[in-house]
Design a protein around this ligand. Structure first.
Ligand code: SAH
Length: 229
C-alpha cells in the first residue's frame, strides 16, 4: 500500500492522538459495528493524510480533534472516527476502484486513495469540487478524480465499482448507484431523513442482483441535495 505521490512526512503528534481517540471510539462501539479496532492499513492512512490541509485556516488548530468541522457552503468534513469506520466498512482492497458521492473537502477521498487503486469522487457544489481538486493535486495525490456532478446519478462512465461510499444523508439509496456497484461489492451510506439521525448502512450486492443491508450505527450527516451549484 502507499499514498501515491504523497510527500512523506512524519505524522504530527496530533495525528497520533487523533488515532488514539479513533481506536477508543472503535472499542466503545464494537458491539454495534463489529469492528474492534481499525485495520493497520486504515490506521496508516489516517496517520499519513494531513487533516489540517483539509480544513479552513481558522480551524487548523482543531484539525486533529475527533469531531466534524465546517468547510464552507453549509458543508462539513466528517468526524475522523466516522471516516475511519466508513473506510473500514467498505473493506477497501488495493486493486479496487471506488466511487465516492460527496467530495466535500476531499479528506475521505484522500484516505481512500491510500488504500485503493483509484477513486472517483462526485461533488455537487462546484466551488468545493474545485478546491478539493486543487488540494489533492497540491498533496500529490494523483489517483483521485473529482467530478462536479450530481452523485445521485453516479458516474456510469467508469462503472461498475468495487465499492461505493455516500458521505451525505439520503432517505434511500439512489437506484443508479446500486446499478453501478459490482456483484459482491459494498456500498456504505448514512440512510435516513435529513435533519434527523440516520443509520450508517452497509449494503451488499449479490450475484442474483439482490441486495442485503445492515444498519450499523446512528449518525448525523448533511443531506444529499438535488441542486447542482
Ligand atoms: N466526504 C467529505 C464530507 C462530505 S459532506 C469530506 O471528507 O470532507 C457532504 C458533501 O456532499 C458536501 O460537500 C455536499 O456538497 C455534497 N453533496 C450533497 N449532495 C450531493 C449530490 N447530490 N451529489 C454530489 N455531492 C453532493
Amino acid at each position: 500500500m502507499g499514498c501515491p505521490g504523497l510527500r512523506r512526512r512524519p505524522p504530527p503528534r496530533e495525528a497520533e492522538e487523533m488515532l488514539e481517540e479513533i481506536r477508543a471510539e472503535f472499542a466503545t462501539t464494537y458491539r454495534q459495528t463489529g469492528c474492534k479496532r481499525p485495520s493497520r492499513r486504515v490506521e496508516l492512512a489516517m496517520l499519513r493524510i494531513p487533516r489540517d490541509e483539509f480544513v479552513p485556516d481558522s480551524l487548523k488548530p482543531h484539525a486533529y480533534a475527533n469531531g466534524p468541522l465546517p468547510i464552507g457552503h453549509g458543508q462539513t468534513i466528517s468526524q475522523p472516527y466516522i471516516v475511519a469506520l466508513m473506510t473500514e466498512l467498505l473493506r477497501p482492497r488495493a486493486f479496487h476502484t471506488v466511487l465516492e458521492v460527496g467530495t466535500g473537502s476531499g479528506y475521505q477521498a484522500a484516505i481512500l486513495a491510500c488504500l485503493v487503486r483509484r477513486v472517483i469522487s462526485l461533488e455537487i457544489v462546484g466551488a468545493l469540487a474545485e478546491a478539493a481538486r486543487a488540494r489533492l493535486a497540491r498533496l500529490g495525490i494523483a489517483n483521485v478524480d473529482v467530478r462536479h456532478a450530481d452523485g445521485r446519478l453516479g458516474w456510469p462512465q467508469e462503472a461498475p465499482y468495487d465499492g461505493i461510499i455516500i458521505t451525505a444523508a439520503t432517505p434511500s439509496i439512489p437506484p443508479a448507484l446500486i446499478d453501478q456497484l459490482k456483484t459482491g461489492g459494498r456500498l456504505v451510506a448514512p440512510i435516513g431523513h435529513i435533519h434527523d439521525i440516520q443509520m450508517l448502512t452497509v449494503l451488499i450486492k449479490h450475484a442474483d442482483g439482490a441486495t442485503t443491508s445492515n444498519g450499523v450505527l446512528p449518525v448525523a450527516f448533511v443531506p444529499l441535495t438535488e441542486q447542482i451549484r
